[in-house]
Design a protein around this ligand. Structure first.
Ligand code: SAM
Length: 279
């Protein structure tokens, strides 16, 4: 007879409000043989609240490799396991990736049990474009890689999402202020909790209100609108007469040849077409 292999259930738990757990998550936590938890004491509180009693195994960043091996062994013996983190969705700035990859290698079935995730809830309530976005997690602390990420953020036309710890918030906001100019930013704080709050404005507006802010924070940053800016500029030039356009550059001290070149570029025409119009 073929040996039954267990399944790994990746279970999302609340990010604050304990009611944010799905019926399927509760059913899964009740039915599995083991729960692998980032912090067993933390998860125990949730399990007590749900009146569930189950064996817990600690599974966090610092024991991920050894514990993955142990958990794969249990799955291969036929045990079903639920993986949970302290809050939200495992694998999103939380342990998860390593065991998932190992399950795939070992042909062990993985079942997602969806639920709360801070970045998604911050994004959908931000009022900033949700169509395309990039999630950077926590910005790196290493100076060089942090600078590289900040440069990427500056150029990105997609909405940017960052997680940040309250004690590093002001430093991060100041780093962002240096590159973002007047970009719209939303600070989403303590989502689903009593003191849930959104602060909206430019990065400087946010800094002015963020001193001593506590709690859990997501930053949502509007993408770089360079295409819009380019289009606006083009429209603006097209509203001018050619004479006004010429005068604009003449007043800046440019010579005839250079002015013709600039006007052609601004209006998306060839230099020849501009010469013809002047003639
Ligand atoms: N796995 C989690 C998820 O699905 O969002 C994220 C875990 S990560 C270690 C913790 C970070 O998530 C916090 O520092 C904060 O940036 C963000 N976060 C978690 N809960 C939050 C909440 N209720 N409101 C705002 N941000 C939250």
């Amino acid at each position: 007879m073929e040996q039954k292999i267990g399944k790994l259930y990746v279970v999302a738990t609340p990010i604050g409000n304990l009611k944010d757990i799905t019926l399927r998550a509760i059913e899964t936590l009740k039915n599995v043989d083991l729960i692998a938890a980032e912090d067993t004491r933390h998860t125990l509180k949730l399990l007590n609240h749900l009146e569930i009693s189950k064996p817990l195994i600690s599974y966090h960043r610092h024991n991920e490799d050894i514990k993955t091996e142990q958990l794969i062994g249990e799955l291969q013996k036929g045990k079903d396991i639920a993986l949970v983190s302290d809050a939200g969705t495992p694998g999103i700035c939380d342990p998860g990736e390593v065991i998932i990859k190992e399950c795939i290698e070992n042909k062990i079935e993985i079942v997602p049990i969806p639920g709360a995730c801070a970045l998604i809830n911050a994004l959908i309530t931000s009022g900033i474009n949700t169509g395309e976005f990039t999630f950077y997690g926590f910005l790196p602390l290493n100076k060089k890689t942090r600078k590289e990420k900040l440069e990427e953020i500056k150029e990105s036309e997609k909405t940017i999402l960052l997680y940040e710890a309250p004690h590093k918030l002001i430093t991060t906001l100041k780093d962002l202020e240096e590159i973002l100019e007047d970009r719209q930013v939303v600070l989403a704080r303590e989502l689903t909790k009593i003191h849930e709050q959104w602060i909206r404005g430019t990065i400087t507006d946010i800094i002015n209100q963020a001193e001593n802010l506590k709690g859990e924070i997501v930053l949502i940053i509007e993408g770089n609108k360079k295409i819009d800016k380019k289009e606006n500029k083009k429209e603006k030039f097209q509203e001018m007469t050619l004479e006004e356009h010429y005068k604009l550059y003449e007043n800046q001290g440019m010579g005839k040849k250079e002015i013709i070149k600039k006007i052609a570029k601004d209006r998306g025409l060839s230099k020849n077409e501009i010469y013809q119009k002047f003639i």
